[in-house]
Design a protein around this ligand. Structure first.
Ligand code: FAD
Length: 409
C-alpha cells in the first residue's frame, strides 16, 4: 500500500511539500483550514508576490538573520534558481527588480497561486479545503495520524506541519502548528514580531503621516553612539511612527536589542556629504536671501517635511534667510543628515510580515526537515524558527523547506 502523508496548511511551504511528495507516488492529503489555498501569497508583495531573490546561496543565507545556517541543505537542494525554473516550467514568467527582488512578470500574486494549484493537481494531491487539523496522533514517538477540528481522524505515516507563523491571522496563520509541535515535546522559541512597523515617541513623526521618503539612509545606533545597522531605501511615516521597506528590515535588527538602548537616525540627504549639503544650502540661501526661512526650503525637502524641519532646527521660522548665521546653517546641515527618532516599541505580532521564533531548529534535521523527536513528523516554512529580511527571502524559505520535507517524508 502507498505510504500516506498529511500536509497541514496550503501556503507556499505546504503546497510545495504536498506536490513533491505526491510526485514521488505517495498518497498525499493537503489539509487547509481556509476555503482557498495560499491566502498569504495573494497579499504578499502588495499583491505582486516577491517570490524570491536573484542573489547567490550565500546571499540568501546572509539575508536570514534568524538561523540562516540551518537552511544550507534546503537552499542547496532547491535554490532560488530552481524555484524560478519550476515556476517558469508552469508558464509563469518572472522579472528581477531593484535589490534582486524577483516578481511574476504579470505583477499578479494570483498567478503564483494558480501555478501551485496546477502543480498539486498534476501530481495527484488530494486537497481538502475547510479542514483544520487540531492534533497529531503518535504512538511510540512515531506519527500515526491526525485529528481534524470536527473530530475526524485520518491515519497516515507522515505529517508535514506547514501552518505558517502567527502574524496576519486573517490569512489562516494562527499559530496552530506551534501548539501541535509543543504538545509532541518540541521547544517553541519565543515568538516575536519581525518586519514590523515601529512606534515613535516624537509627536512630529505623527504629523508627517502619509509622507514617503524614497532615498534615505537609516542608521540604528546604540545610545552611546555605536553604529549597529545601516540601510538605504524607502520609508514611510504613519499615524503611530514609521514603516516602509528600510524600517521593516531595521525592525528585525532591533529584535536583538531593547528599544530604550537604541536610536534611529535618518539621513535625509545621503547622496551629499555635510560639506556638499552646506554648499547646496548656501546656494539656495543666496537665491532666496529675501525670503523668510520657512519659505526657503522648497527645493530641498518635500512640502510636508518643511515645517517639521524648520521647527526642529531652532531657527526662527520668520527669520530672513540673509540673516541666518553660519552656525545656524551648519546645525541645519547636521539635522538634515541626522534626524533622530526615538523608537518606543513595535506594532503587534499580528501586524508583522513574519514571525520570528518558532519550532526550535535544533530539534529538526536540516537535511530532511524531519523532527529529531518524532519519526514521520516534518516541518516546512515559517512555523520553523527561521526568519529573513524583506526581498523575497521568506517565500524562498517556505518553498525550499517545503521541497525538502516533500522529498523526504
Ligand atoms: C502582508 C505580507 C506580505 C508579504 N510579502 C512577502 C513577499 O513579497 N515576499 C516574501 O518572501 N515574503 C513575504 N511575506 C512573508 C511570506 O508570505 C511568509 O513567510 C510565507 O507565506 C510563509 O509560508 P508558509 O507556507 O510557511 O505559511 P503561510 O503562507 O502562512 O501558510 C500557512 C497555511 O496553513 C494554514 N493553516 C494554519 N493552521 C492550520 C490548521 N490547523 N489546519 C489546516 N490548515 C492550517 C493557513 O490557513 C495557511 O493557508 C509577506 C507576509 C505578509 C503578511
Amino acid at each position: 500500500m502507498d505510504k500516506k502523508v498529511v500536509v497541514i496548511g496550503a501556503g507556499p511551504a505546504g503546497l510545495m511539500a504536498a506536490g513533491r511528495a505526491a510526485e514521488r507516488g505517495l498518497d498525499v492529503i493537503l489539509a487547509e483550514k481556509n476555503d482557498r489555498v495560499g491566502k498569504k501569497i495573494l497579499i504578499s508583495g502588495k499583491g505582486r508576490c516577491n517570490i524570491t531573490n536573484s542573489t547567490d546561496i550565500e546571499g540568501l543565507i546572509e539575508n536570514v538573520p534568524g538561523n540562516g545556517n540551518f537552511l544550507y541543505s534546503a537552499f542547496y537542494t532547491f535554490s532560488n534558481q530552481d524555484l524560478i525554473d519550476f515556476l517558469e516550467g508552469y508558464g509563469l514568467k518572472t522579472k528581477v527588480e531593484r535589490g534582486g527582488r524577483v516578481f511574476p512578470e504579470s505583477d499578479k500574486s494570483s498567478d503564483v497561486v494558480d501555478v501551485l494549484l496546477k502543480f498539486i493537481k498534476k501530481s495527484g494531491v488530494r486537497l481538502m479545503l475547510n479542514t483544520a487539523v487540531k492534533d497529531i496522533i503518535t504512538e511510540d514517538n512515531c506519527v500515526r495520524g491526525v485529528v481534524t477540528e470536527d473530530g475526524k481522524a485520518m491515519e497516515c505515516d507522515s505529517v508535514i506541519i506547514a501552518t505558517g507563523g502567527a502574524s496576519y491571522p486573517g490569512t489562516g496563520s494562527t499559530g496552530d502548528g506551534y501548539r501541535m509541535a509543543e504538545k509532541l515535546g518540541h521547544t517553541i522559541v519565543d515568538l516575536k514580531p519581525s518586519l514590523v512597523p515601529l512606534l515613535a515617541k516624537q509627536e512630529w513623526v505623527k504629523e508627517l503621516q502619509g509622507l514617503s521618503l524614497k532615498n534615505v539612509e537609516i542608521t540604528v545606533k546604540s545610545k552611546s553612539g555605536r553604529k549597529l545597522y545601516t540601510d538605504f531605501g524607502e520609508m514611510l511615516f504613519t499615524h503611530f511612527g514609521v514603516s516602509g521597506p528600510v524600517i521593516l528590515s531595521a525592525s528585525r535588527h532591533l529584535l536583538d536589542y531593547d528599544y530604550k538602548d537604541v536610536k534611529l537616525i535618518i539621513d535625509l540627504k545621503p547622496a551629499l556629504t555635510e560639506e556638499k549639503l552646506d554648499a547646496r544650502l548656501q546656494r539656495d540661501f543666496e537665491k532666496y536671501s529675501r525670503k523668510q526661512f520657512k519659505n526657503s526650503l522648497d527645493e530641498l525637502l518635500p512640502q510636508k517635511l518643511i515645517p517639521v524641519i524648520v521647527d526642529l532646527s531652532g531657527i526662527p521660522s520668520d527669520k530672513f534667510v540673509n540673516q541666518i548665521t553660519r552656525d545656524e546653517r551648519r546645525s541645519l546641515v547636521r539635522l538634515l543628515k541626522n534626524l533622530e527618532i526615538e523608537i518606543v516599541g513595535s506594532r503587534p505580532l499580528k501586524e508583522a510580515i513574519v514571525t520570528a521564533g518558532g519550532v526550535s531548529t535544533g530539534e529538526i534535521n536540516p537535511s530532511t526537515m524531519e523532527s529529531k523527536l518524532i519519526k514521520g513528523l516534518f516541518f516546512a516554512g515559517e512555523v520553523i524558527d527561521v526568519d529573513a529580511y524583506t526581498g523575497g527571502f521568506n517565500m524562498t524559505i517556505a518553498f525550499s523547506t517545503g521541497h525538502l520535507a516533500g522529498m523526504n517524508c
